[in-house]
Design a protein around this ligand. Structure first.
Ligand SMILES: Cc1cc2nc3c(=O)[nH]c(=O)nc-3n(C[C@H](O)[C@H](O)[C@H](O)COP(=O)(O)OP(=O)(O)OC[C@H]3O[C@@H](n4cnc5c(N)ncnc54)[C@H](O)[C@@H]3O)c2cc1C
Length: 263
C-alpha cells in the first residue's frame, strides 16, 4: 500500500476513521487474527468512493459488518478492511398499508432493528432479535433463528455494485434460501434494507423478542469458548462449521485440528 493511496483515502474519510496496521481481534467476535494494513469505517456516501479508490489503485479490500461470522487468520488482512458499522446505522419506521416499513442502513445491528420494531408494536422480526450482527451481514446470509429468517420480512435491499450502480433489489430477486443470498460471492455491497412488518400485540411481540434474544445470548458461551482458543479442546467441529465464513482458515484449522480429531 503506497503513500499516494493512503493520502487519497485521507481526502475521502476523516483521519479519525482511518486506522493503519490495526489488529483485527478488536473488530471481530472471536477476537483472533492479525492486523489489517488499513481499517476504515466509512459513511454510506464515502463507501463507494473508498471502493473506487481501492479498485483504481489495485488495493484489495474486505467488507466487514459486525464481525460476528468471520475468522481472521494470524496473517491478518492485506489491503483495506472496510467496516460497515455505526457510521451507517440509521433506522427509521414509516406507516405502510396497515403495517409499517422499517428501513435500516447496513451497519445497524439486527437486534436494534428488531427492538425498534418491538417499540412500534410491529411483528415479524422477533426471531431475529438475538442474532448478533449487522443488517448487511444478516441480509447477505439470510440469517435466521427459531423458525424465522430475514427472507420472511425483507422487502428489498439497497445494493452497490462497484464501478456500477446503487439500486434497490426486491427480496424476490435475491435468491434467498437457507443462509444464502445472491449477493454472496459477488463484489456487491449491501448498503441497507427495508423490512415489511405488520401491526401486532406489543406484549406478545415483546415476549417473543425477549425469548429469542435470551435463547441466542445463552449460546454466547460458545463465543466465550472461542475466546479461549489457546486451548484447542474448547472448540468443536460444529462450532468450526458455524464459523464457515473464514477469510484465512490456515492457522485456525491448525489450531482446531487436535480437537477435531479428538471428537
Ligand atoms: C454466538 C453467535 C450466535 C449466532 N447465532 C446465529 C443464528 O442463530 N442465526 C444466524 O443466522 N447466524 C448466527 N450467527 C452468525 C452471525 O450472527 C450472522 O452470520 C450475522 O448475519 C453476521 O453479521 P455480521 O454483520 O457480523 O457479518 P460479518 O461477520 O462482519 O461478515 C460476515 C460476511 O458478510 C459480509 N458482509 C457483512 N456486511 C456486508 C454488507 N453490508 N454487504 C456485503 N457483505 C457484507 C462479510 O464480507 C462477510 O463475508 C451467530 C454468531 C455468533 C457469534
Amino acid at each position: 500500500m503506497n503513500q499516494e493511496f493512503i493520502d487519497k483515502i485521507y481526502t475521502i474519510i476523516d483521519s479519525e476513521f482511518v486506522l493503519l496496521n490495526e489488529p483485527m481481534r478488536d473488530h471481530t467476535t472471536f477476537r483472533i487474527g492479525g492486523h489489517a494494513d488499513m481499517l476504515l469505517e466509512p459513511t454510506a456516501k464515502e463507501l463507494p468512493q473508498v471502493i473506487e479508490a481501492c479498485l483504481d489503485e489495485d488495493v484489495p479490500y474486505t467488507i466487514l459488518g459486525n464481525g460476528s461470522n468471520v475468522l481472521v487468520g494470524d496473517k491478518g488482512i492485506r489491503g483495506v478492511a472496510i467496516i460497515i458499522g455505526k457510521r451507517m446505522s440509521a433506522i427509521s419506521v414509516e406507516e405502510d398499508d396497515g403495517g409499517a416499513i422499517v428501513t435500516a442502513e447496513a451497519g445497524a445491528l439486527l437486534s436494534k432493528t428488531a427492538h425498534l420494531a418491538l417499540e412500534n408494536a410491529l411483528t415479524g422480526m422477533e426471531p431475529l432479535a438475538g442474532i448478533p450482527g449487522s443488517v448487511g451481514g444478516a441480509v447477505l446470509m439470510n440469517a435466521g433463528a427459531y423458525g424465522g429468517e430475514v427472507k420472511d420480512v425483507l422487502l428489498d435491499a439497497t445494493i452497490y455494485t462497484p464501478k456500477g450502480a446503487v439500486e434497490a433489489v426486491p427480496a424476490s430477486e435475491l435468491d434467498l434460501s437457507y443462509r444464502h443470498s445472491a449477493v454472496m460471492g459477488t463484489n456487491q455491497v449491501i448498503l441497507g434494507a427495508r423490512f415489511k412488518l405488520q401491526r401486532g400485540d406489543k406484549d406478545a411481540i415483546q415476549a417473543k423478542t425477549l425469548a429469542s434474544a435470551e435463547a441466542i445470548s445463552s449460546r454466547l458461551t460458545f463465543q466465550a469458548q472461542a475466546q479461549r482458543l489457546r486451548d484447542p479442546r474448547v472448540i468443536s467441529p460444529v462450532s468450526l462449521y458455524r464459523m464457515r465464513d473464514c477469510r484465512d482458515t490456515e492457522s485456525a484449522e491448525q489450531r482446531y485440528q487436535p480437537s477435531m480429531q479428538a471428537l
